[in-house]
Design a protein. Structure first.
Length: 134
């Protein structure tokens, strides 16, 4: 595997862990948020694995940390296909440029809410159970 393959695998994994219950549009949205962050702030692996940014990959105690797709998992295969298109910029952003998202029912970060309340983050889309911000 080369670095492009590694980055696409990490992208697919975060999309699968964070939004596989949201269908293709939800997984695509998570992938687009990652891409938007990469274009603004850094490299794929650095953005995806930054502590507390995508809880399913880095937050101690998150139940998704131990979840791995099984052989021929259809949702993961879809995530891999989407990740390839997001990585090479052939898939259009469905989040209106969002760099952050949350599920308002399960999100508990007071600092995230403070950023919304202060206007630092502005809601730009809702896809499935997630709200998207930039």
């Amino acid at each position: 595997m080369d670095w492009d393959g590694y980055n696409q695998f990490l992208l697919a994994l975060v999309m699968w862990r964070e939004a596989r219950g949201e269908g293709p549009e939800g997984m695509k949205a998570v992938g687009c948020v990652v891409r938007n962050r990469v274009h603004n702030f850094g490299s794929w692996s650095t953005i995806i694995t930054a502590k507390w940014q995508f809880s399913s990959l880095t937050a101690p105690g998150d139940s998704m940390l131990v979840q791995w797709p099984v052989f021929q998992d259809l949702q993961f295969l879809e995530a891999m296909a989407l990740a390839g298109g997001i990585y090479n910029n052939s898939i259009i952003d469905n989040t209106n440029g969002a760099t952050h998202y949350r599920n308002p029912v399960t999100a508990t970060s007071k600092s995230f809410q403070a950023d919304i309340d202060s206007g630092h983050l502005v809601k730009v889309a809702t896809i499935g159970h997630h709200d998207f911000y930039k």
